[in-house]
Design a protein around this ligand. Structure first.
Ligand code: PLP
Length: 375
């Protein structure tokens, strides 16, 4: 079976793990954790990184630090993995689901901008935080959010779980990487993401005191060094030294991983051109990291579910994209802005095998199976 997204672990993983086990620092204090944090911050181009036990944990703490709590409203992308919305729910804040733009599948930040300003004029309830998700490896359009931050103090949390290594090439964020533009940014190092620590995540920020608070909250809000004193309700959200050892090895490969994802995308782009499918999103102002190469089937052709089944019979693992959050049971009655674009992406979308070590011949097998399907 050609998998959808499989990790590559053939660098220094074994050697660092051995070093870690020998040192007997296996838990959440240890040299690999600090090294991973420093090297991740440098790779992303931010001042500080705080390693966490998962991307979801990172989002929970980042949202709390951005001010999400009971009584507050937090805007988030409707088309995303459910963890983006769950992290808001954990804080007690109310969720406001914002539809996608067709071009990038990401939050339609212009739609949010217009509605925000309209509500502000009417004196209606406004979100204090926006959690913008860079879905499937493509950066979101940030300018409208930066304008809302400037004028209204809206705080920005980037959910960059799927998009490590993606960047903006023009506009207000030109030259910056995803995660480095918001007040706080979050990554996931789950097994299927761009790079992995087995399970893990990180918060990145340029604010020293935000980073200190993140480290404090993820470490049970310990007040002192030695005795059992805690000055807040914190969490056990630290990454282990074992996981960080994997992370240090994976980070060494990150530029190569992202290059591979981009060349896989370019092969799909040319190879699927004659079929009734769109190309994966790639805006002129962005340099995506193409986590999962995802296309939309033309409306009048057969369905993504049929294609997934056909590919499976040919030994190819593909997957439909997420239903919008508003279509998930816990969020059925959640307030939303638009939603039709997210529904359309769900109805027509499919993700194709995008593993970093996917061979060109395997990719040919995937594309040949797709041609057969549309014949
Ligand atoms: C994977 C993912 C998360 C959660 O990360 P975990 O490490 O699995 O907790 C959050 N948001 C998005 C968009 C994701 O894809």
């Amino acid at each position: 079976m050609i998998p959808l997204a499989e990790p590559v672990l053939d660098g220094n993983e074994w050697s660092y793990l051995r070093e870690c086990l020998k040192s007997s620092y296996v838990s959440s204090v240890g040299p690999f954790v600090s090294r991973f944090e420093a090297e991740l911050a440098e790779a992303v181009g931010v001042g500080h990184a705080v390693a966490c036990s998962s991307g979801t944990a990172a989002l929970h703490v980042a949202l709390r630090l951005a001010g999400a709590k009971a009584g507050e409203l937090v805007a988030v992308s409707d088309f995303t993995f459910i963890a983006s919305a769950n992290a808001i729910a954990y804080t007690g804040a109310d969720v406001w689901l914002i539809d996608s733009e067709p071009q990038t599948f990401n939050m339609n930040t212009e739609l949010l901008y217009d509605e925000f300003v309209r509500r502000a004029r009417l004196g209606r309830r406004l979100p204090s935080v926006v959690e913008v998700v860079h879905v499937l490896g493509h950066p979101a359009r940030m300018e409208p959010l930066l304008a809302l931050r400037e004028t209204y103090g809206l705080r920005i949390v980037e959910d960059a779980a799927e998009s490590l290594g993606a960047s903006w090439t023009s506009g207000a964020c030109a030259g910056r990487q995803v995660g480095s533009v918001g007040d706080l940014g979050c990554f996931s190092f789950n097994g299927n993401k761009i790079m992995t620590t087995g399970g893990g995540g990180a918060i990145v920020t340029n604010g020293k005191s935000l980073a200190d608070s993140a480290r404090h909250l993820t470490n049970q809000a310990k007040a002192g060094v030695s005795d059992y004193r805690h000055d807040d309700i914190g969490y056990n959200y630290r990454l282990t030294n074992i996981a960080a050892a994997l992370g240090v090895a994976q980070l060494e490969r990150l530029p190569e991983f992202v290059r591979r994802k981009r060349s896989i995308a370019s092969l799909y782009r040319t190879g699927l051109r004659s079929l009734p499918v769109t190309e994966a999103p790639w805006a002129a102002w962005g340099d995506p990291s193409f986590w999962l190469y995802s296309v939309l089937l033309a409306e009048d052709s057969r369905t993504p579910s049929q294609l997934v089944r056909h590919l499976e019979m040919k030994g190819v693992q593909a997957r439909r994209v997420w239903p919008p959050v508003h279509a998930q049971k816990p969020y059925a009655s959640t307030e939303r802005l638009g939603g039709e674009v997210a529904e359309e992406i769900y109805r027509q979308g499919i993700s194709l095998p995008s593993s970093t070590q996917l061979h060109a011949e395997e990719q040919e097998t995937v594309m040949a199976a797709m041609r057969r399907f549309f014949e």
